[in-house]
Design a binder for this molecule. Structure first.
Ligand code: PMT
Length: 402
């Protein structure tokens, strides 16, 4: 049985072409057993008819105050009735009104009255999406606790290609299913989790750097998992192309090990759990050239100096914090990982070995071994990085509870 069975869901539709997708979304919700109340902005009725949605949702569809209710207060009741409200599509106009408390139709009045979690799935043309006012309105909405279901990149109704396509009904369904599933496992609620991810880039000159193959995926997946389980998450990431991150995660972008060190120390006193998944460069060029270095001699030497060890420095000042490190090894894996656990004063270390096929950098999978601070060793299977992230959080929760 789906977790959506019996859930009361308000689907708020505003006036954009993506409104046509709501027919299949309503069908998916009804098939999952949800009770669906559709509320449409007047403009959305030009894109899909209330009759279609009433037929699919098996309920009358509301569009206006007096016409549908005969009185004006029922938006308050609707707002109290729902377990979840979702605005899909959320046009630039509706987003702006939601962000600023405007209330010139029944849909917006219900949104302002809603006591339940509110999701919104933006849908608009790429330039409208990229406009600073839309970005600001989205930020504002998220700061009020609303949850964005990110729009996709692709061909838009205008024929242009860019970001702004409403997420597909199946993906929206998955997001809210995950939400309800996770409501029962919010075991990190009230905890602040700081996670590092990605490589660091140590500059040689304005165009070159010393880096490594980390993509950031392992750290991003851990951040997503911790956020799903109710934590307040800050992700400090080195350079990466990854974008997909739970909208509640605060992302701090850095480049060098020194910058990552500074951010970690700024956040450490308020953190409950710190997880170091970043591949931090141990050394950096001692001198960074102001201009691009020209090729002259047959050989060229770069003198390196040591970077601070971020986790070790946190281990030294650790009070209540639970400190988790990774170990990326190529030989004597267990022994080296145990040494790092002890030397850096960690509570748990996650070992991944480049000798294991499918483990380590860049890949969508990882194979890890947990070692706790009693030196108990728990080898795990090869899994997707998302599944490994879940195992890591499970292990932390178990150890943290002790
Ligand atoms: O990003 P992906 O492509 O998904 O790849 C994931 C990963 C392989 C990078 C990740 O799973 C991983 O193993 N990260 C740690 C890599 C690493 O630098 O390991 P290490 O054994 O050199 O460092 C041990 C620990 O100390 C790590 O937690 C590291 O973040 C930390 N460290 C290292 C050096 C340093 N100067 N400061 C640190 O805090």
């Amino acid at each position: 049985m789906s977790v959506l069975s019996g859930k009361k869901i308000i689907l708020g539709i505003s006036g954009g072409i993506a409104a046509y997708k709501t027919a299949s979304f309503v069908r998916l919700l009804i098939k999952a057993g949800a009770q669906v109340q559709v509320i449409m902005s007047p403009a959305s009725c030009d894109f899909i008819t209330p009759l279609t949605l009433a037929t699919l949702s098996k309920r009358p569809v509301y569009t206006q105050f007096e016409k549908d209710f005969g009185e004006w207060t029922n938006h308050v009741e609707l707002g109290l009735w729902a377990d979840l409200m979702i605005m899909a599509p959320a046009t630039a106009n509706t987003l702006a009104k939601m962000a600023n408390g405007l209330c010139d139709n029944l849909l917006l009045a219900t949104y302002l009255s809603a006591k339940c979690p509110v999701f919104f799935a933006p849908a608009m043309d790429l330039d409208m999406f990229a406009h600073p006012s839309t970005t600001e309105n989205t930020r504002k909405l998220k700061s009020y606790g609303n949850i964005e279901i990110e729009s996709a990149y692709g061909e838009l109704a205008s024929g242009l290609i860019g970001q702004g396509r409403m997420a597909e009904p199946e993906d929206i369904l998955q997001t809210i299913t995950d939400f309800f599933n996770n409501q029962s496992t919010l075991d990190l609620k009230g905890k602040k989790v700081v996670i590092t991810a990605g490589p660091t880039y140590e500059p040689i000159d304005p165009v070159r750097f010393i880096g490594n193959h980390s993509t950031g995926k392992m750290g991003f997946d851990i951040a997503n998992e911790a956020a799903k389980r109710g934590a307040e998450v800050v992700l400090i990431t080195g350079p990466t192309y990854l974008k997909s991150i739970n909208s509640s995660v605060k992302v701090v972008s850095v480049s060098t090990a020194n910058q990552m060190y500074k951010q970690c120390h700024e956040l450490f006193s308020s953190a409950h759990i710190v997880i170091g998944a970043a591949a931090v460069a141990d050394y950096r060029p001692k001198v960074v050239a102001d201009q691009k270095i020209k090729k002259n001699d047959e050989e060229f030497t770069i003198v390196l100096e040591k970077n601070p060890d971020i986790l070790a420095s946190l281990g030294e000042i650790k009070a209540h914090q639970f400190l988790v490190g990774f170990a990326l090894e190529t030989e004597n894996e267990i022994e080296y990982a145990k040494n790092k656990l002890k030397k850096k004063n960690l509570d748990l270390i996650v070992l991944n070995s480049l000798n294991d096929t499918g483990a380590g950098f860049g890949k969508p999978t990882n194979k890890v071994t947990f070692i706790d601070n009693d030196f108990n060793v728990f080898p795990q299977e090869l899994k997707s990085k998302e599944a490994v992230a879940k195992d890591i959080i499970d292990q932390i929760v178990k150890s943290y509870a002790k």
